[in-house]
Write a new protein. Structure first.
Length: 332
């Protein structure tokens, strides 16, 4: 089953800061090119590139990946609430913790979370994400899952990536580090001292380091060791294998009506026609049975006396008799 993984462009904070309603915001995907990775199985990279949304290759499953800075992470005890009221319960718990207005925040619960137990909650600006999904659907790209690029994980991971054109010359300027560990996810610029202060040195055993090709030189200088060079397409495939799915609650995936409504309508029409044909045949059989049953039988006197004998007040003729078929069909 083919899989198309799309990188949703990071959210513009200048534009997002003015959002005061739950209406979808203008989507970057509607005018920008997006990075994508195409795979036959989610493991092997078949194709990659950047293009307009309308030119994306077709696939059986579509997964959208959010940038590291577009998802905030919150560790809470999952409220004991029915599914229909869980989001309202999360709003009450996280009201003072999310970076945006809580009424404009979309929440997603960690996979396999249990009520009353500690779990992770992912938070995303809902109007922004809704606008991005709407722009993709307008181009007939229907997203099955929305996943984060990184999530709280153990062992820890550190990924270096360019943030602007200054990256690629070995300088820490223009390079950011996303650090994921059991305590959460955070992104730091390398040219400041915050990353050194937060990330332990030496790093925990088993820490996995990676970098985009343009940030690899700066990452190795900063770490003092080699890193795994991971192009954008490879990281998209890696993110697609997570169990996380942010399409929950009001953004849960709907049926692909635009893509398959015509096929379903045709199949339904065929079923109705078949049912009508069977019903018509049945009605005709019932009518035929009524005619046969109500037809008068030949008189007994037509039998010759020499060829008949009496049996329990009935006449059985030894000669040839008309054959009347009895149909086991309801008469009404």
């Amino acid at each position: 089953m083919s899989i198309l993984v799309i990188q949703i462009p990071h959210r513009s904070r200048l534009r997002a800061g003015s959002a005061e309603s739950d209406a979808p915001t203008p989507a970057a995907t509607s005018k920008d090119e997006v990075s994508y990775a195409l795979s036959p199985d989610g493991l092997v990279l078949q194709a990659q590139g950047q293009c307009a949304v309308a030119l994306l290759p077709k696939a059986d499953t579509v997964i959208a990946v959010l940038a590291d800075t577009d998802v905030s992470w919150h560790r809470i005890t999952l409220p004991k609430a029915p599914a229909a009221r869980l989001r309202a319960a999360l709003v009450g718990v996280l009201e003072d913790s999310v970076p945006d207005e809580v009424d404009l925040t979309h929440f997603a619960v960690a996979p396999q979370a249990s009520s009353g137990q500690p779990t992770w909650i992912a938070a995303v600006n809902r109007p922004w994400l809704r606008g991005e999904l709407a722009a993709l659907e307008k181009a007939n790209v229907f997203v099955d899952r929305v996943v984060p690029a990184s999530w709280p994980d153990d062992p820890p991971t550190g990924h270096f990536a360019e943030t602007d054109s200054q990256a690629g010359n070995g300088s820490a300027h223009g390079v950011a580090l996303t650090w994921s560990n059991p305590d959460g996810v955070a992104t730091f610029r390398l040219h400041g001292g915050l990353a050194r202060a937060v990330i332990p040195s030496p790093a925990p055993s088993g820490t996995r380091w990676s970098a985009t090709p343009g940030a690899a030189s700066a990452a190795e200088q900063w770490l003092g060791t080699s890193v795994n060079v991971m192009p954008t397409a490879q990281r998209l495939l890696q993110a697609s294998r997570t169990l996380w799915n942010l399409r929950q609650f009001e953004l849960a995936r709907r049926e692909r009506a635009p893509a398959f409504a015509g096929l379903r309508a045709q199949a339904g029409e065929r079923r109705r026609q078949d049912h009508a044909s069977v019903h018509g045949v049945f009605v005709r059989l019932v009518r035929l049975a009524r005619l046969i049953v109500t037809r008068p039988s030949p008189p007994v006197s037509s039998c010759q006396p020499a060829g008949c004998r009496r049996l329990r007040n009935s006449s059985i003729c030894a000669g040839p008799q008309p054959l009347i078929a009895r149909l086991s069909l309801p008469l009404s």
